[in-house]
Design a protein around this ligand. Structure first.
Ligand code: UDP
Ligand code: MG
Length: 317
């Protein structure tokens, strides 16, 4: 049996400012793994509009262990991760950001945990969010709390996408064909034994984060819709509550009229109730719409990404 291979998958979107530093740092740390595994570097260029692709081509020209896939446009990090996992040939695969926020120093420890055979996956967890905007951290925490409660996939606080997995787990992740991919949820959903390693947040070395506030809101909504059907049940619960309270109210009006007699009044009550019910109905239609639109996109079976250019290897099984 030949030497085991570790594939290092790096999604990149407009990372020219940091890519060279990242590659050098990665290369140095990957060198320390020699003897245990040999490394494949797999860059996924997510439709960058800057010099990212030409830099990657350049790496590949000088180093035969560098492979890449380049998308025809920006398809998003989730698609880039999927493409990376698909094309990785390694017995182990690790996902890493290109901005050095996922320090390559940890590769060695992560690999050891997998080689020990005790774990199927090793993932990094940030214990703080130093250097991140307060408001973003606050919303992130709320989102993971909410997600944990309603979807039953327990994503630990501060979980990152920096994760090393065995081939078996990679294949399990690839066997989930959904287009609306919430990768963090998928990793938890497929199970397997995961070791969580805590670390302190590292700020981006150069370039800027690709996330906007609304991008993150959309990401969170996707995450919930992808893994939970509980929001759909809210309609039934609210409906039942409305029925019960309307019966109680009807009873109360009968009693009131019998005892005191009742001149017709109550316009404010009426309008409040109408607005309240109208509001609930629209909200529920909105929630239904969320699931419906996701279903619509799933049934189209569109590819998750379109590759324009690639230099990859075949996996020998
Ligand atoms: N990324 C990507 N496609 C995108 C956005 C981001 O491949 O549409 C990559 C990006 O190049 C980086 C990683 O995903 O390697 C994390 O992105 P970023 O640093 O912007 O996110 P943050 O660290 O702020 O969560
Ligand atoms: Mg980053």
């Amino acid at each position: 049996m030949g030497e085991k291979i570790l594939s290092i998958v790096v999604p990149c979107y407009n990372e020219e400012a940091v890519l060279t530093a990242f590659y050098e740092e990665l290369h140095r740390n990957a060198g320390l793994l020699s003897g245990r595994v040999s490394c494949e570097f797999l860059f996924v260029d997510d439709g960058s509009s800057d010099g990212t692709l030409s830099m990657i081509r350049d790496f590949a020209e000088h180093d035969s262990s560098v492979h890449y896939v380049s998308f025809s446009r920006n398809f998003g990090k989730e698609a880039a991760i999927y493409a990376g996992l698909q094309h990785a040939v390694g017995d182990y695969v690790v996902l890493m950001d290109a901005d050095l926020q996922h320090p390559p120093e940890f590769l060695s420890d992560m690999l050891n945990a997998l080689l020990s055979g005790e774990y199927d996956s090793v993932a990094m967890r940030r214990v703080d969010r130093k250097g991140e905007k307060r408001i973003r951290s606050w919303f992130s925490r709320r989102f993971y709390g909410l997600n944990r409660r309603i979807s039953g996939v327990d994503i630990p606080e501060g979980a990152t996408d920096y994760r090393m997995m065995t081939r078996q787990m990679v294949n399990a992740v690839l066997s989930m064909p959904e287009v609306n991919r919430f990768t963090k949820g998928i990793f938890t959903w497929v199970g397997f034994r995961t070791l969580w390693i805590p670390y302190h947040n590292v700020e981006r070395t150069a370039g800027s984060s690709k996330w906007t506030f609304w991008g993150l809101v959309k990401y969170s909504m996707n995450g919930i819709v992808a893994f939970s059907t509980i929001p759909l049940a809210i309609a039934s619960v609210l409906g039942a509550l409305c029925c019960v309270s309307s019966m109680l109210m009807a009873l109360w009006f009968v009693v009131k009229t019998l005892i005191w007699g009742d001149p017709v009044s109550g316009f404010p009550t009426l309008i409040t109730v109408i607005l309240f019910l109208g509001g609930i109905q629209l909200l529920m239609i909105g929630i239904l719409g969320q699931y419906f639109s996701k279903m619509y996109l799933e049934v189209k079976h569109r590819p998750m990404y379109i590759a324009k250019e690639e230099k990859t290897a075949e996996r020998k099984d």
